[in-house]
Design a protein around this ligand. Sequence first.
Ligand SMILES: [Zn+2]
Length: 406
Amino acid sequence: MLKFDIEKQDGLARVGVIHTPHGDIRTPAFVGAATRATVKALTMQEMRALGSQAILANTYHLILRPGSELIQEAGGLANFSSWHGPTFTDSGGFQIFSLPNVKITENGVKFKSHIDGRNFEMTPESSMRDQWAIGADIHMAFDHLAKSDSYEDMKEAMERTHRWLDRCVTEHQRLAEGTTNRRFEAVRDNGSEIASEPRNDGRERSGPRTAYSCANRPMQYLYAVVQGGTFDDLRAESARYCASQSVDGFGIGGVFTADGMDTMLQLVNNILPEDKPRHLLGMGQEPIDLFIGAEYGCDTFDCVGPTRMARNGSLYTNDGRINIKNAKYIHDFTPLMPDCDCEYCKNYTRAYLHHLFKTDEITAKVLASIHNEHFVVHVTDRIRESLISGDFAAYKSEFLARYYHQ
Ligand SMILES: [Zn+2]
């Protein structure tokens, strides 16, 4: 089982440490969205420098390109991407169900690649195999996204998600046994074994690594995904079902706005076992998501929003978001946030970033992404510190009043 130590609790909120084979995650923590094994516009070294503790990649995108086998050949996601820290993979269900012409059966989902039209089928079993090959520390079960927000569709999707969870758990356990009793797959084309390079110490290495054998691969862990949309009875049923399974933690899916998130998380997290970590899937674009998520018992968060907004020039400040492309920043030679210690705020002015956006320089997206990712990582870090020191409520009201001008 994945080791998770809770150091402090305050109601449903908790401060803890998730111990993964690639290092520890001090929670609550914001996890960087590295959809295609990269956080858009940022290097992994920049991610580490801005304080990120973990990344989350997407199985759907990675099986299309470059393929899970290639990432396995490279020694797994951490080696391939040079992110030598904790890693998650989402199953990709969310993206697949959003594609046109998806054929859904009880067995799984058939779809065409949006890149080259190739036919793919993803089943709970193949999702587990692909996630094992990609080699993240923490995997998400393959879940079924509802066709609509209606109760009937939500119930159908939840029930299938539960049936698929059973199959994910079985396949995950079969693959887990493989790591301890046999060597498999990681051999070069000529049949020679690839040098073993297990990585269990959590420290950063320099330079590219060779791939390592699967026999020495660290253990990988599975999270069930709680569904049920906005319906209390379905959320409760899904939380109970997921809690009854032999899994290492929980993803909470299908949450799209902060409206009603507090009551839903209270319901779900009062049912889920306390001693396993909980990941709020796809939330964190709005800082209030992080406060509500942490307050009601979530340990980690991921969202593509901060870097996506950055690429459009929309930047977080303590006084709310601004658009740096606005003409009022042409002559603004001050840092964006004087008290931010990201590489952009420490070294450049608003006027300079405005100029980079106006001239469509690549560096504009880099600097903006550094700042936005740094902002959400550090707000979450500050939430953790405030839970430890006991001033979470004060920090929350002060932050939200200033940010949202309440
Ligand atoms: Zn900054």
